[in-house]
Design a protein around this ligand. Structure first.
Ligand code: FAD
Length: 120
């Protein structure tokens, strides 16, 4: 088996923004690409809800679909309008997935996103 360090090294150097949350979407980890994309340092976002990234323009239906999917242990992918720390909006192509234990209980969520503003 690979040493655990390999996984940390890989996530830390990933070019896509990766964050890990508790089951209530409070951030417990953010990688350097997340810091670059959002403008927040990991220290600033740890303990905050992922909703700090929302620019408050996405229809509620979208978030309802997101949470319905996650609660049924399905990954969700979509594009959300996010806001950086400096207030500038960006389009985030996002995938969120539950991380479960052996009995299917949700321990964490992982969020992976990239800024696709330029592509639109
Ligand atoms: P609401 O959706 O009203 O939620 C209020 C609180 O409850 C928040 O803490 C929310 O996270 C949580 N919540 C809502 N429904 C459930 C549920 N069924 N079970 C458990 N907790 C629930 N949103 C973005 O706008 N941009 C992002 O980049 C983004 N990334 C995310 C990454 C991850 C890994 C996760 C898990 C969520 C992400 N979200 C993101 C969704 C975010 O957590 C909010 O649900 C969303 O921003 C709506 O914000 P709100 O203030 O309207 O909160």
């Amino acid at each position: 088996p690979l040493p655990p360090q390999v996984f940390l090294q890989t996530v830390e150097q990933s070019p896509v923004a990766i964050s890990i949350t508790d089951p209530r979407a409070n951030i417990i980890y953010a990688n350097p690409a997340f810091e670059r994309v959002t403008g927040y340092s990991a220290d600033e976002v740890i303990g905050m809800n992922e909703s700090i990234l929302s620019n408050r323009a996405t229809p509620r239906d979208v978030y309802d679909a997101l949470w319905t999917s996650l609660m049924s242990l399905q990954a969700w992918s979509g594009t959300l309008v996010n806001r950086r720390k400096d207030g500038t909006p960006y389009l985030a192509e996002l995938t969120i997935a539950p991380v479960v234990d052996r009995s299917g209980h949700i321990d964490y969520f992982v969020g992976i996103h990239r800024d696709v503003t330029e592509l639109h």
